[in-house]
Design a protein around this ligand. Structure first.
Ligand code: OXD
Ligand code: MN
Length: 579
């Protein structure tokens, strides 16, 4: 580790080097320094104690997928869905940018642990950075210092990550992954997903590569516990694209609480899944905090998170009231006069969003009111259901269950999703986003599908696989399903299916809930709407099958025949029963 840090320092030439110990005192010192130089603004000490606001550079507000590269020796190993650069070219080109990039700055060395202390599944990373904002966010999002060093002594393995802000010019911004060396280089961005290297770069892109080699899975999934009226808990993992409600689902306040159904939170973004000695899938959350989307969050949509972010939280690119409180669109109160927008300018209505649509909060998981008792269990939690979900205003029903594991893999692999503000580029465009991993899979997606199939073959008790869609709209653009806390009704059906109880009909696209099997007690929703939410859109699915086949064609010989076979079967079933 020391050698690697020395090498990084020779390249970037910082004025000084500081090794982080992860202590509370260190966090406070870093915050003080950033309050002095204006990197952070203190929020209202009474209503938001120990909370701060950071305003990023205006061109550095989201993940930049077009500037993110997988640098494998062979281009084919990165696959058609990743940008690729040859490792040698990448190191030459971006090495020039790193040369002397920390002159006049301090280099912070951050040893961190991904995963619970003492877990055989946890892994060590080390990030060097010249950004204090990154350092304090890493404090919240990972386990910094001693836990990492202790694990390192045991395993002797770590994933190094070199990060420098450079001059934040997007023309000189590169997020590079060298999976064969298990190395990360990130230059020119301070934004979370680009710069907190433990998250997307390590825990997903590099980890997905390691997971394939070592026989486990690194997935873009929340992990939740569903407690039934008898107090028995069932764990589920759910993959949704960025900014599509994973945090809300993981922290949901159940609309069926008076029946005794309750949700607890293990994680809201990433799951590392291993096969245990009994042939079951177990999940850990490699992170220690939540880096969530602020807009749309209110005491109606996510009261748990609202409570969580009222102390010890760093906000990025939200608006600020004259009283020093954070504000964003959808927070549930009108924008007060004198509101400062995310750039720090007086906001006037009609002048666009006050908070950036991808503005965020960083909060420790330990202060989440719904945190699960087992969230730091070194063995992880057993997973009984895997859920794929995305924003689809048409075609995809509220919920369906796959016919079997292979069908489920095809269902996830062909998932269509409307894009969000979490990445730069157009919002609301449908793209295929396999398992919500399109921006995060560190290798060829054809091999990734194969890996899913291989894991399925090894599982003695495979979780059931489901597809959900809370986002169906009617002709006028209004949502058909109320979502949020009412989604418990769908999870309840999933739980019943896991127990072999819930009723379903077999359709060409999968098992659909029967007419009365989704509990709508106490909910105002018409039978007609429920019918629309759970019926097969024959033409829609015919077209979807064709579009999935076209999408899969790019994977060529590496596409598992099981996946194309599942598309054949889907089309045959639709043709046999459709109009
Ligand atoms: C995230 C993302 O920040 O997916 O979690 O963009
Ligand atoms: Mn994410």
């Amino acid at each position: 580790m020391q050698e690697w840090v020395d090498e990084a320092a020779r390249l970037t030439q910082p004025d000084s080097i500081y090794w982080c110990d992860g202590s509370k005192e260190e966090y406070r010192t870093f915050v003080e320094r950033m309050l002095e130089d204006g990197t952070l603004v203190k929020l209202n000490e009474k209503t938001y104690p120990n909370c701060y606001l950071h305003r990023s550079s205006t061109n550095d507000v989201a993940r930049t997928e077009d500037l993110t590269f997988i640098c494998t020796r062979s281009k084919d190993d990165a696959g058609p869905t990743n940008n690729w650069m040859a490792p040698k070219d990448a190191k030459e080109k971006v090495g020039r940018l790193f040369t002397g990039s920390m002159k006049g700055r301090r280099m912070y060395v951050i040893p961190y642990l991904m995963g619970p202390v003492g877990s055989p599944y946890s892994k060590v990373g080390i990030q060097v950075t010249d950004s204090l904002y990154v350092a304090v966010n890493m404090h919240i999002m990972t386990r910094v210092g001693k836990p990492a060093m202790d694990h390192l002594h045991e395993s002797g393995e770590f994933v190094p990550g070199l990060h420098s802000l450079g001059d934040l010019d997007p023309a000189r911004r590169f997020i590079l992954h060298f999976p064969e060396e298990r190395l990360i280089w990130s230059f020119g961005s301070g934004y979370g997903g680009n710069a907190l290297l433990g998250k997307k770069c390590f825990a997903l892109r590099i980890a997905s590569w390691m997971a394939r080699e070592e026989g486990w899975m690194a997935e873009h999934m929340l992990i939740l516990g569903l407690e039934d009226p008898g107090g028995h808990k069932t764990y589920m993992a759910a993959a949704f694209p960025s900014a599509s409600g994973k945090t809300n689902l993981a922290m949901m306040v159940s609309a069926l609480a008076d029946q005794g159904y309750k949700i607890t939170t293990v994680g809201d973004d990433i799951a590392w899944l291993h096969i245990d000695g009994d042939g079951r899938l177990r999940a850990i959350n490699p992170e220690a905090g939540f880096f969530g989307v602020a807009p749309g969050m209110s005491s109606k949509t996510n009261p748990v998170a609202m409570e969580m972010v009222h102390r010890g939280t760093i906000f990025t690119n939200v608006a600020m009231t004259p009283g020093g409180e954070p504000w964003w669109e959808g927070i549930g109160v009108d924008p007060p006069a004198g509101l400062l927008d995310w750039r720090g300018e007086i906001w006037k209505s009609g002048r666009g969003d006050a908070a950036h649509p991808n503005s965020r909060f960083t909060a420790p998981a330990s202060q989440c009111p719904s945190i699960d008792d087992a969230w730091e269990d070194p063995e992880g939690v057993p997973i009984s259901a895997i859920i794929f979900g995305s924003r689809r205003s048409v075609i995809v029903p509220l919920v369906m269950q796959s016919l079997n594991w292979e069908h489920g893999v095809m269902m996830g692999a062909g998932m269509g999703a409307e894009t969000t503000a979490a990445a730069t580029g157009a919002v609301g465009v449908v793209r295929r986003d396999p398992m919500a991993m399109l921006p995060f899979c560190g290798y060829h997606m054809g091999d990734y599908f194969n890996h899913w199939l291989a894991i399925g073959r090894k599982l003695k008790k495979p979780p059931l696989i489901f597809r959900v869609n809370w986002f169906r709209k009617d002709e006028n653009g209004a949502f058909l399903w109320p979502g949020y806390g009412e989604n418990i009704r769908v999870l309840k059906w999933i739980l019943e299916r896991v127990r072999g109880e819930g009723e379903a009909v077999e359709s060409p696209i999968g098992y659909l809930p029967t007419r009365w099997s989704i509990d709508t007690s106490g909910l105002e929703i018409s039978p007609e709407t429920m019918r629309r939410l759970t019926e097969v859109d024959w033409n829609g699915w015919m077209n979807a099958a064709k579009s999935m086949r076209e999408f899969f064609a790019q994977f060529g010989r590496r596409l598992p025949h099981e996946v194309s076979h599942q598309i054949d079967l889907l089309q045959q079933r639709l043709e046999a029963r459709g109009v």
